[in-house]
Design a protein around this ligand. Sequence first.
Ligand SMILES: NC(=O)c1ccc[n+]([C@@H]2O[C@H](COP(=O)([O-])OP(=O)(O)OC[C@H]3O[C@@H](n4cnc5c(N)ncnc54)[C@H](OP(=O)(O)O)[C@@H]3O)[C@@H](O)[C@H]2O)c1
Length: 286
Amino acid sequence: MKNKVCVVTGANAGLGFETAKALASQGAKVVLLSRSADKGREALDLIHSATGNEALELMTVDLSSQASIREVGHNILQKYGVVDSLVNNAGTWISKFSLTEDGVETMFAVNHLAYVLMSHVLYPGLQKSEDGRIVCVASNSHYQTKLHLDDLNLTHKYHGLRAYAQSKLANIGFVYELHARKTEQNIGAYAISPGLVKTDIGVKHTNFLHALAWKIRRSGGVSPAEGARCQIFCASDPAAKGQSGLYWENAQPRKSSKETHLRERTSNLWDQCLEMCKIDDFFVKV
Ligand SMILES: NC(=O)c1ccc[n+]([C@@H]2O[C@H](COP(=O)([O-])OP(=O)(O)OC[C@H]3O[C@@H](n4cnc5c(N)ncnc54)[C@H](OP(=O)(O)O)[C@@H]3O)[C@@H](O)[C@H]2O)c1
């Protein structure tokens, strides 16, 4: 990974922090994307002192804002030109229904549309890599739901668990569609499950009961360093090269739900997401 350019979203905490640290320890140039400049700076300093890697850069982004994603994506392309690995990792768990400035339900926006839009904006950089990788951190919670294609915002029947699971199912559908539609052999798309990991995702924006349930549930999970292994593998390991269009867990392909393999549904999802992100041509060359 020496001198390869890696972009990690949600790099200030949990799985994203461990991923950025591991890529930095392999000698990559790592762009850490963080919502908060302070938390991002703290993470960068920790990674710097742990790895000695000087090629770390912090950029701030609010992944609930499409304007913010486009801006940071353009800045990355302008500065680095090439992108070797994009790890779409950032995610959130919100109990209460809310809409973003773009009119999208917030969990769908951050957990899924941000993956689609960031991948699109950085695509010209990935095309320039010999081994470009787009890794999308999904979840086994996708087995519990289906896509609500007539109401992706879940305006009629919102529940935090349903919205979270749908966003993670959408991640896998996106990776499969991307794999089926792309023409470049040098770009791989990977969906991964980190398993159950002891992070704060379920306590940041949840109500008392949901936070309590998460604290109990996560006690059976693994550490963020252990949980991040699969996404690090897909983002950097030579053994994952060319193994595009699969769902991974523990660095092994795993069968995803039946719904993720229904092309008419994932294709409908793809079209709706592109429209929501105002993307005319996902694969546009610049
Ligand atoms: N933990 C698990 O058991 C588990 C299981 C399956 C899948 N996952 C997935 O793993 C990924 C990482 O989650 P985690 O468990 O490591 O949680 P985490 O520790 O809460 O990390 C999530 C990261 O996403 C960032 N983020 C959230 N909303 C954002 C926004 N609007 N703009 C920019 N950044 C934003 C967070 O920033 P702040 O620190 O500012 O909030 C944080 O850096 C998520 O996609 C999650 O769905 C986790």
